[in-house]
Design a protein around this ligand. Structure first.
Ligand SMILES: [Cu+2]
Length: 205
């Protein structure tokens, strides 16, 4: 890794990994080792406030995600991969992020016999202080388009032309009901790689 790349990494990840000598923001401390991060994004509340981060690592069998959020309602929340990297309409419910990533046309739900969508993840738990920190792994997706991802049933490239969004829902996903496991509205959104993002932090050349 050259100096330029390292500098870029530190600038991009300054908030995430605390590369600078200044005290790191408590929210982001130790979210993930810097050399894990292939991409990172910020979670926004409906009013646009920064309430968390996600770090994504591309692996040979899928994508690893680490998330850290604050100011959530205590309890379980659904977290899904949505189609479009656009969190610009929070007050209107983050609808611009589109529907779930589901290239196989499956039903929603990790516990559904006709499921699951590639959007589907286990629930995220926020403690009494509203903080939620977790690691997830999703097979069937990759960060970047490739020959492999273009093949039938290949990994779905999250950072395609319109990017993707990680959406936190108001309540938990029951992993069964259509279309979103009765998880309610969208309360936080992290856009990566989308046209309206402006916050893309892809670290690959
Ligand atoms: Cu969703």
């Amino acid at each position: 890794m050259g100096i330029g790349r390292l500098t870029l990494l530190c600038i991009t990840l300054a908030a995430v990994a605390g590369c600078s000598s200044e005290a790191p923001a408590p929210l982001l401390e130790n979210l993930a080792p810097a050399d894990w991060a292939d991409a990172a994004g910020r979670f926004r509340s409906p009013t646009g406030e920064e309430i968390g981060h996600v770090v994504l690592t591309d692996g040979p069998n899928g994508v690893l995600l680490r998330v850290d959020l604050k100011e959530l309602t205590p309890g379980w929340h659904a977290i899904h991969l949505h189609q479009t990297g656009d969190c610009s309409d929070g007050l209107a419910g983050f609808k611009a992020s589109g529907s779930h990533i589901d290239p196989d046309d499956r039903s929603h739900g990790l516990l559904n016999s006709d499921g699951a969508e590639r959007a589907d993840l286990p629930n995220l738990y926020a403690g009494a202080d509203g903080r939620a920190t977790a690691e997830f792994f999703q097979s069937g997706v990759a960060l970047y388009p490739s020959e492999e991802s273009a093949a039938e049933n290949g990994p779905y490239p999250l950072l395609d032309d319109d990017g993707f969004a990680l959406i936190i829902h108001e309540s938990h996903d029951n992993h069964m009901d259509q279309p979103i496991g009765n998880a309610g509205g969208r309360v936080a959104c992290a856009a990566l790689g989308g046209p309206a993002d402006g916050e893309q932090t892809s670290l690959k050349d």
